[in-house]
Design a protein around this ligand. Structure first.
Ligand code: OAD
Length: 259
């Protein structure tokens, strides 16, 4: 048996008794769907300055440039589909009493793969709001067509429409964040998949799980700041390791019911 296969078997053995499983994901889970990550060598932030494309200040200064970048990203996401990692994670719902996905991704691919409870910490590429939040935070606006070269004005106040995603320096949506913390505090296992774990406050969630001795399993081809702290680190692409983990959990279940 290959090293990674025996690690997956160990993870499945530890995981199988969990009742409340949280799946915490980042851009790496969508990489095999063709969507670039942020901090890798070929990631978005290597080519596009996050101070321009991921701050309110950048949007104020360069509204058309930022708007067109989001139009392009929307197109990339619409062209993409869930990969075996998204689908495997969705299958876990059939194997454990409670499974909640907490994602930093805005691409909606967990939902398209069939996950039913998904907390989107950083918003969604399909939601838009008034950049002045003129009727309260947030002031939702309809999804504009993909070919607009500039952000359309809010019909209430005329401020530019913006994507309803979280930019640097902004708060996470309060209710979503509070529920995510609750899930992290109550789960008995957490799978941390495809995140560099360096963006706060999201990166605090695995630490909360570790603090109350939940089983934390990390899946990532590269080690992260979390890796030295987790009991189980599975090194490799999520599109291979997650389906293997799901299959190993099923084998554990079959073995337990057969014995
Ligand atoms: P990052 O780009 O920081 O990290 C992506 C992680 O995915 C890295 O640790 C990679 O090693 C890992 N990875 C690459 N390929 C993988 C694969 N096939 N399977 C599993 N993992 C793989 O992305 P995030 O951690 O999601 O925020 O970044 C967090 C936030 O920073 C994002 O939500 C975004 C960004 O700025 C906002 O835009 C607000």
């Amino acid at each position: 048996m290959e090293d990674w296969q025996s690690q997956v078997s160990t993870a499945a053995y530890e995981l199988v008794t969990a009742r409340h499983v949280v799946i915490f994901t980042g851009a790496g889970v969508s990489k095999e769907s063709g969507i670039a990550t942020f901090r890798e060598r070929d990631g978005a932030w290597a080519k596009y300055d996050p101070r321009v494309y991921a701050t309110m200040e950048g949007f104020r200064r360069h509204p058309e440039q930022v708007w067109q970048w989001y139009n392009w990203r929307r197109q990339e996401i619409l062209k993409a589909g869930p990969n075996p990692a998204h689908r495997g994670l969705a299958e876990l719902e059939a194997l454990f009493p409670r499974v909640v996905v907490i994602t930093q991704n805005i691409d909606g691919l967990h939902q398209r793969a069939g996950s039913s409870t998904v907390l989107e910490l950083h918003g969604s590429f399909q939601r838009f709001r008034c950049s002045a939040d003129c009727r309260g935070h947030p002031t939702p606006l309809p999804e504009p067509p993909l070919d607009l070269p500039a952000p359309p004005p809010c019909p209430f106040c005329g401020a530019p429409t913006r994507p309803d995603v979280v930019w640097f320096g902004e708060l996470l949506p309060t209710e979503v964040w509070e529920q995510a913390v609750e899930e992290a505090l109550q789960c008995d296992a957490m799978l941390v998949v495809g995140t560099s774990g360096v963006v706060e406050p999201a990166a605090a969630l695995p630490r909360l799980a570790l603090q109350h001795s939940a089983l934390v399993i990390e899946v990532n081809p590269e080690p992260t700041p979390l890796t030295p702290r987790v009991p189980l680190y599975l090194s490799g692409p999520a599109g291979t390791l997650i389906p293997a983990l799901v299959a190993a959990v099923r084998r554990e279940r079959a073995g337990a019911s057969g014995s």
